[in-house]
Design a protein. Structure first.
Length: 166
């Protein structure tokens, strides 16, 4: 080692950061899988687009494709249910899956696909105008847990940051 490399190594060692985490096997990679939004956005007209609308059939087919096409084996083990899956209004303060497009409900769908990702919104409404989670965070957390959802993406549409709890 030459004298000129010593200062470089000294500076490099000062920038080394120790990272620690639980050794429980979780989150070894970022969530990898399939998300409906990039292709289907908020297409909810299943009469007009039966093979291209947001419904339980679409998510079941995509789960099957992940397995059949080898993606599951490669670590792509998430099916993410994005916006537009719910009814336009809450019932008894709870989010409710659209009954026509998700007749079996989210819990049964989550069990079928084997992974449990869903999306909600921290604002008053989702990006596409469905009910948001602002002022309903606790009831929504309990609802998603009752459906065995284990990963939740919260968008930040339609939120006044001044109204966000500290």
């Amino acid at each position: 080692m030459t004298f000129s490399t010593l200062p470089f190594l000294a500076i490099l060692s000062c920038h080394t950061i120790l990272v620690s985490g639980l050794d429980n096997g979780l989150a070894r990679t970022p969530p990898m899988g399939w998300m409906s939004w990039a292709t289907f956005f908020c297409e909810t007209d299943c009469d007009k687009y039966p093979n291209g609308c947001i419904n339980e059939k679409l998510y079941m087919e995509m789960a099957d494709r992940l397995a059949e096409d080898g993606f599951l084996e490669a670590g792509y083990n998430r099916i993410h249910i994005d916006d537009c899956w719910m009814e336009r209004a809450r019932e008894h303060e709870k989010l409710v899956p659209d009954r026509k497009r998700f007749p079996s409900g989210i819990k049964k769908l989550a069990k079928y696909v084997g992974v449990k990702d869903a999306a909600a919104d921290f604002g008053t409404h989702t990006c596409e105008g469905y009910p948001g989670s602002l002022d309903h965070l606790k009831v929504d957390a309990v609802t998603f847990a009752s459906w065995d959802v284990d990963y939740l993406k919260l968008d930040g549409c339609n939120v006044d940051t001044a109204l966000m709890p500290a």
